[in-house]
Ligand binder design. Structure first.
Ligand code: NAD
Ligand code: MG
Length: 399
């Protein structure tokens, strides 16, 4: 029997992180948790460390790391506790890690995701923002380092599963004419336009089909999540923006489709549960149990498809425009969205204000070519500064 493969879980205390640990717990002979990383949720990570005995725990926040260190020492644990972003990147690159689950939310995950790629690991990519903001730069690093980038986002994982045998993201997709991303439509799929300025963060986070972190839940409600996913798909699968279609599919059973030159359409179906793509990516090219119940098609009964409504949900169009503009446009879009979503969650901006802020940032800041990581970081910072000031200036108008 072969040795268990070491895994680093970045964002282990989040929704994807916890689902990953649930899958790994089913296969102790195949995987060993080497690294757990998160921002400051020290109690949760201490519990995880007691259950999975990682070599290293990293909490980016120093004070939280000190608390976790004391708690683990008190119970006689041998786990090392580190703090800071650099410690996270170092832990991911270490020899005891073969697989990296990149599941930190937002641009905060970029450095550690990049570290996993540069170290040539198998990187399971949930952190779509890291890819959207860096664009081809990240895909170039994947190729250079000989890393394997496997999508965890359910749509992209579905597409990956429908690609020809042996296909890996970054390769040209032979015979593929387009892909179709499905979208649940989010909690406001049938909400009247006039009510959207008044919806609350809790309403936005009450997703009908998926239980997720608050940032991606708001993105699903605005359809920006689908916009980020369009950009993600162009990069992973080497497609033009016009080759990535979106259909709203309220049942969330068909996770996405690939269309081939001969007219064949291949789809991946399953219950809406992230443990399925997580298990697929961990076991690839094999298969293993995920703990997900099998899907009862008769109970589902109907599969519906409708076009997205660009009038009520302008964010999808903004993301498509950024994909076409290229360069730093997706970086600007992502940064403005992160700032606007945070302001919405803190009730400093209303729901429709999110798209307004992103639109203004994209109008005022020109996209420029991306030659090095510095170009990405500069654009990200400029978009954040502008978004913050736009939100401050318009508090009365939005709140
Ligand atoms: P979440 O909010 O539940 O968890 C986020 C995790 O990131 C936590 O462990 C948190 O401690 C960590 N984190 C946050 N800021 C950090 C920082 N500055 N430094 C280090 N760690 C930090 O989020 P989630 O729903 O699990 O989503 C994680 C990522 O996966 C996102 O990029 C999201 O778009 C993507 N994703 C999630 C789902 C889902 O079903 N939840 C589906 C597809 C893609
Ligand atoms: Mg998705």
């Amino acid at each position: 029997m072969s040795m268990p493969r070491g895994i680093a879980i970045l964002g282990s205390t989040g929704s994807i992180g916890r689902s990953t640990l649930a899958v790994i717990a089913l296969h102790p002979e195949a995987f060993k948790v080497s690294v757990l990383g998160a921002f400051n949720s020290w109690q949760a990570i201490v519990e995880q460390a007691q259950a999975f005995h990682p070599h290293t725990v990293v909490l980016v926040d120093a004070e939280a790391a000190a608390r976790a260190r004391a708690a683990l020492r008190d119970c006689g644990s041998a786990t090392l506790v580190e703090s800071g972003e650099q410690a996270l990147a170092d832990a991911v690159s270490a020899d005891n890690v073969a697989i990296v689950m990149a599941a930190i939310v937002g641009a905060a995950g970029l450095q550690s995701t990049l570290a996993g790629v540069r170290a040539g690991k198998r990187v399971l990519l949930a952190n779509k923002e890291a890819l959207v903001m860096t664009g081809r730069l990240l895909m170039d690093e994947v190729r250079r380092a000989g890393a394997q980038l496997i999508p965890i986002d359910s749509e992209h994982n579905a597409i990956f599963q429908c690609m020809p045998g042996g296909y890996l993201p970054g390769d040209a997709a032979g015979g593929v004419t387009r892909v179709i991303l499905t979208a649940s439509g989010g909690p406001f799929r049938t909400t009247e336009a006039a009510r959207l300025p008044h919806v609350t963060p809790n309403e936005a986070c009450a997703h009908p089909k998926w239980k997720m972190g608050r940032k991606i839940s708001v993105d699903s409600a605005t359809l920006m999540n689908k916009g980020l996913e369009v950009i993600e798909a162009t990069l992973l699968f080497g497609l033009a923006e016009t080759q990535v279609d979106v259909v709203v599919h309220p049942q969330s059973v068909v996770h996405s489709l690939v269309e081939y030159a001969d007219g064949s359409m291949l789809a991946q179906l399953g219950a809406p549960d992230m443990r399925t793509p997580i298990a697929q990516a961990l076991a690839w090219p094999g298969r293993m149990a995920s703990g997900v119940q099998s899907l009862d098609l008769v109970a589902v009964a109907r599969l519906e498809f409708e076009p997205p409504d660009h009038l009520r949900f302008p964010s999808l169009g903004l993301a498509r425009a950024a994909a076409r503009a290229g360069g730093t446009a997706p970086t600007l879009l992502n940064a403005a969205n992160e700032v606007a979503v945070q302001a919405f969650l803190e009730r400093r901006l209303n729901f429709v204000g999110i798209a307004t802020v992103i639109d203004k940032v994209l109008q005022r800041l020109d996209s420029s070519p991306v030659k090095a990581l510095g170009d990405v970081l500069d654009a990200d910072a400029a978009a954040r500064r502008l978004a913050v000031s736009l939100i401050e200036l318009s508090v009365g108008a939005f709140a």
